[in-house]
Every structure is written in structure tokens, then in C-alpha cells.
Design a protein around this ligand. Structure first.
Ligand code: HEC
Length: 126
């Protein structure tokens, strides 16, 4: 009887651990995956590494248009935003609507869960 109880406890424990893993792991991975799929062609998350677009190192909380050595469009230079999570969410949904005249040639990321995973991923890079 005792053995069966322990076995049951063991199963519950393994189940809980598994559930925790499933909840944590894909959230991280998918943010990185979204970045690789959607942004990495033009952006790096390495400090000072500019590609077609500016480095996104520490972008959450950063002032818009502020990476040294990157030539922004006039639109981005005068956008005068701080990239909070909310503003990033809005920008990434439809970049040209939020910053008309931006030279970021990207139509936007429609899926809200992808945007939030992506922004969470970017927020951890600092
Ligand atoms: C086709 C290239 C391209 C893609 C794809 C792209 N970007 Fe950009 N991004 C740019 C360029 C170019 C700029 C500079 C815009 C300007 O100066 O108007 C920029 C600017 C930005 C900025 C403003 C940075 C700052 O320093 O103010 C953010 C934030 C940003 N991109 C995030 C992203 C994210 C996140 C993705 C993926 C969902 C992405 N971009 C996809 C080219 C791209």
C-alpha cells in the first residue's frame, strides 16, 4: 500500500516538473526563434553590431534612434520615443504606422503571442 502511494507521489512530482518545463522552455525558445526568423536578417543582438538595422542589444528601455554609428532615417531620428515594451509592441505590429517614413522594410508581426515572446526575449538581452 505504502509503495503504491509513493509511486503515485513520484508520478505527480514528475508530472509537475514536466508541466513546469513545458511552460518555461518554449517561451524562451520561441522568442529567440521569432527573432531568428523575422529580425536576424537585419538585426543583431550583439552590442555595437549594426547590420542593415541597428543593434538591438538592450533595446527595451532605450531611446529611439540612439545607437552610435548607425545612420537612421530622418523619421527615426525625430521619432523621440523610448522603446518600452508597449511601444515596441505597437511598432512591431505595424512599423510604418507608428514611425511613418521609417526605413525599416518590415510589414509587421501580426501574431500577438509571437510579439510578446519576442519582446520578452529582447528584454533579457542587456
Ligand atoms: C529588412 C530589414 C529589417 C527587418 C527584417 C527588421 N528590421 Fe528593425 N530596423 C531595420 C532598419 C533599417 C531600421 C532603422 C530604421 C530607421 O532608421 O528608420 C530598424 C529599426 C528598428 C528598431 C528601432 C531601433 C532604434 O535604435 O531606435 C527596432 C526596435 C527594430 N528595428 C526592431 C526590429 C525587430 C524586433 C524586428 C523583427 C520582428 C525587425 N526590427 C525586423 C531593418 C529591419
Amino acid at each position: 500500500m505504502k509503495k503504491a502511494k509513493n509511486l503515485l507521489r513520484g508520478c505527480v512530482l514528475v508530472g509537475l516538473l514536466w508541466a513546469a518545463l513545458i511552460r518555461v522552455a518554449p517561451a524562451d525558445d520561441s522568442g529567440k526563434d521569432v527573432f531568428e526568423e523575422q529580425c536576424a536578417e537585419c538585426h543583431s543582438v550583439l552590442k555595437d553590431k549594426n547590420k542593415k538595422g541597428p543593434s538591438l542589444f538592450g533595446v527595451v528601455g532605450r531611446k529611439s534612434g540612439s545607437v552610435d554609428g548607425y545612420e537612421y532615417s530622418d523619421a527615426m531620428k525625430s521619432a523621440n520615443l523610448v522603446w518600452t515594451q508597449e511601444d515596441l509592441d505597437q511598432y512591431l505590429t505595424y512599423p510604418r504606422k507608428m514611425v511613418p517614413g521609417t526605413k525599416m522594410k518590415y510589414d509587421g508581426l501580426e501574431a500577438r503571442n509571437q510579439r510578446s515572446a519576442l519582446i520578452q526575449y529582447l528584454g533579457n538581452i542587456k
